[in-house]
Design a protein around this ligand. Structure first.
Ligand code: AMP
Ligand code: MG
Length: 335
């Protein structure tokens, strides 16, 4: 009898875990410098999508380093700011990740990001002496967050570009959950985040883009996870035949040169996945593996310039190379 109840309950939970495909609601918006696609299933989906769009716009308005009215801009101009709760929360999480990655992620990198012209697309290769001077203003460890106040030493500037989309994803998932949505998928310009399983009850199948082409090279199956990719191919400029990517090494001030083409992080936390995708791109394969061994809250897919795809064992089931990816050699890292 007990078995029967459990079985019936299990089935009910499965059916309730996701609404039929007919109740699919979608929205597309431009925010945080990218195209965002939101999909939520079920009767609550439509209203939740409206709220999610408003939430993303609000977060962007608070956190953008290029918006003259944002809290980050005010901080960067040396103003005293009473941080709003989301800014405080993201700064706390981001500073923790800067520490955990030993500064491979450094949210005070903005002076250097600007010197390369990434924010306004006025690209240039900075003068090495100027770059060395700017690097003296990059050090997350000098930032202190206390309650709703942040102290930023003079001349230092923040850039939350490496973590803001991941945080937005977490907040949207939270909003969906509170609205009663049990099945959703969002793609915030390459930051994918999923709620529950897919409408048919199977895991979501998320494509990982081929850094060398327009299609995808692998599929990873996930439930309730964020899948976030960082790569040079997402933003770069070329000068004199050299390609300069937007992910910078805080040690050198130059684009990260770690022999990786892209890094994808799979984790329940969008913020963590976003921060670590950027950091592991800087750290390279060895550093990425070492960090993975030291914690248990993420898995990775590293696409190497040498034609190797390296994944951590936690996502081995449900991972497959596809299309152009079948030309790559697959390597699984185990604990
Ligand atoms: P993502 O696309 O998440 O990898 O973030 C890259 C963006 O974060 C860049 O466009 C810069 O604005 C900023 N950024 C670049 N390098 C770093 C770094 N090492 N640490 C923190 N932020 C960075
Ligand atoms: Mg990132």
């Amino acid at each position: 009898m007990k078995h029967l109840t459990l079985a019936a309950l299990g089935l009910a939970l499965l059916l309730a875990s996701c609404a039929p495909a007919a109740q699919k609601h979608t929205a597309t918006l431009l925010a945080m410098d990218t195209v965002m696609e939101l999909t939520a299933y079920g009767p609550e989906g439509e209203g939740a999508l409206d709220e999610a769009q408003a939430l993303i716009q609000e977060l962007e308005g608070l956190m953008s380093a290029t918006d003259p009215d944002s809290q980050i801009t005010a901080l960067n101009q040396g103003q005293t700011v009473t941080l709003s709760p989301p800014v405080r929360e993201l700064l706390a999480q981001a500073l923790e990740l800067c520490g955990a990655t030993d500064g491979a992620l450094d949210i005070t990198i903005y002076p250097v990001v600007r010197a390369w012209g990434f924010p306004n697309e006025q690209y240039q290769v900075p003068d090495p002496t100027a770059l060395a001077q700017l690097l003296e203003r990059v050090d997350y460890a000098q930032v202190t967050l206390s309650g709703d106040a942040l102290t930023l030493p003079e001349g230092m500037e923040l850039d939350l570009g490496a973590v803001a989309k991941g945080y937005a994803g977490d907040r949207v998932m939270e909003l969906f959950h509170q609205a009663g949505v049990t099945c959703a998928y969002i793609n915030l310009g390459g930051n994918v985040q999923t709620l529950g399983a897919s409408p048919d009850g199977d895991p979501w199948r998320i494509g990982i883009q081929d850094p060398e082409g327009s299609s995808y090279l692998a599929v990873v199956e996930v439930t309730d996870q964020a899948v976030v990719t960082s790569g040079m191919y997402q933003r770069y400029f070329e000068q004199d035949g050299v390609r300069y990517g937007h992910i910078l090494d805080p040690d050198t001030g130059y684009p990260a040169d770690s022999a990786l083409s892209s890094v994808t992080i799979v984790s329940p936390s969008g913020t963590l996945a976003d921060g670590l995708s950027t950091a592991l791109f800087v750290l390279g394969r060895e550093g990425a593996e070492a960090l993975w061994r030291s914690r248990d809250d993420f898995d990775f897919v590293l696409v190497g310039q040498d034609g190797t795809v390296t994944i951590s064992e936690g996502i081995e089931d449900g991972f497959s190379l596809q299309g152009a990816g079948t030309d790559y050699a697959l390597e699984v890292v185990r604990r």
